[in-house]
Design a protein around this ligand. Structure first.
Ligand code: NAD
Length: 380
């Protein structure tokens, strides 16, 4: 059984599929691990560290992809410099484990099915208690929530904490977090640690207690409709509810020094939470960090991947924030994929068991077919 770790070719991707510690654990289980030369470079893991952990370093990319039983990577497969897709390097019947963005770009799933690759999408790991150790969306969202606050603090022309000094008293910064999922909760905790006064808002009322337990105030908007879908995710809300929430949150956006938006609805464009009119009412010098920039943004003024200043307000739309902390992002991701692989390997041999709800949910292609109905629908 050969597990191979590819070197990421996407320019913004600094993470790697396994770190040396997890390689050592897999080798101890009797598995063979190949690591592409330089795969860990941008995460500060050297080839010699992988070698010391028992991996074989492979310089030939085509050989690594083609001879892998399980190919691990982080970003979805890309087009190579020679114009071929990385997917075309995979051997029929082999397994690919990666973020695959199958709902955003279902053509990747079609291509994988055509190649007869068994592909497991890290985005589709269920958010259940049993799957917690495999939940890469959570491990990476937590990094993003933390980093968003640091970025906001660095861009804000003010202190975060309250300070009483001989030169006078400094009032604490006011931070408003929109969307209190994994990233939002980590952002609340980080902003609180830095001494800010924090408010948070989410359309799912179930998060109120978690928000309060982190020392933030929950901004409640009572909506008539059900806002929670299967798996605890948010549903897209009606126009009337959108208007109602905007009425309530406008005042909180206006008073905030920092707004961090994290709201997403799986498989859809991110909801618009901060309109241009709302930004126009903010104090000059205030900062917005839009964590949904890659999915279209929660703020009307966001330009994905850019920091812009609009009417004196700084609006930051970062792309792939977890990748800016590649050491811990890769360490956590490696644990997530290693836990998932334990479900696929029995007695050092591959065993794909679709009766296992985690394997069933995450596996988007097998034996030439797309297995996931939502991915099939997205292709229509
Ligand atoms: P996400 O990234 O999909 O969305 C972030 C947050 O935005 C969510 O809290 C969502 O409710 C909120 N949101 C969506 N539309 C909004 C709107 N119009 N206005 C304001 N907020 C809006 O969420 P996530 O962090 O991936 O978490 C999704 C769900 O999965 C949550 O219920 C979470 O508790 C659950 N979860 C469960 C486990 C587990 O049991 N193992 C692990 C992680 C997450």
């Amino acid at each position: 059984m050969r597990i191979a770790v590819a070197k990421e070719i996407e320019v913004c991707e600094r993470r790697v599929g396994l770190n040396p510690d997890t390689v050592a654990r897999l080798v101890k289980q009797g598995l063979e691990v190949w690591v592409e030369k330089g795969a860990g470079e941008r995460s500060f893991f050297s080839d010699s560290a992988y070698q010391a952990a028992g991996a074989k370093i492979i310089s030939d990319t085509v050989q690594l992809w083609n001879e892998a039983d399980i190919l691990l990577k982080v970003s979805p497969p890309q087009e190579r410099e020679d114009g071929r897709s990385e997917i075309d390097l995979l051997r029929e019947g082999s397994i690919l484990i990666s973020f695959l963005n199958p709902l955003g770009n279902p053509l990747v799933a079609q291509h994988l099915a055509n190649r007869k690759v068994t592909a497991l999408s890290m985005e589709l790991i269920p958010r259940s208690t049993r799957a917690q150790s495999m939940d890469a969306l959570s491990s990476q969202a937590s990094l993003a929530g933390y980093k968003a606050v640091l970025i906001a603090a660095a861009a804000l022309p003010k202190y975060f904490p309250m300070l009483t000094t001989a030169a006078g008293t400094i009032a604490p910064a006011k931070v408003f977090i929109m969307g209190a999922g994994v990233a939002g909760l980590q952002a609340i905790a980080t902003a609180r640690r830095l001494g800010a006064v924090v408010e948070a808002f989410d359309i799912r009322p179930a998060v109120k207690e978690e928000v309060q337990s982190l020392g933030a105030k929950f901004v409640e908007v009572k909506l008539e409709e059900e806002t929670t879908a299967a798996g605890g995710y948010a549903k897209e809300i009606s126009e009337a509810s959108k208007q109602r929430t905007q009425e309530v949150v406008t005042e909180h956006v206006k008073n905030a020094d920092v707004v961090i938006t994290t709201a997403q609805v799986p498989g859809r464009k991110a909801p618009l939470l901060v309109t241009e009119e709302m930004v126009a009412q903010m104090k000059p010098g205030s900062v917005i960090v839009d964590l949904a920039a890659e999915q279209g943004g929660n703020c009307a003024c966001t330009d994905p991947g850019k920091d812009i200043v609009w009417n004196g307000i700084t609006i930051i739309g970062p792309i792939n924030l977890p990748s800016s902390m590649p050491v811990h992002a890769s360490q956590l991701y490696a644990k997530n994929v290693t836990s998932l692989m334990q479900l696929l390997i029995k007695d050092k041999a591959l065993q794909i068991n679709f009766a296992d709800d985690i394997v069933d949910a995450a596996c988007i292609t097998h034996a030439g077919e797309i297995r996931n109905q939502r991915v099939k629908d997205a292709l229509q």
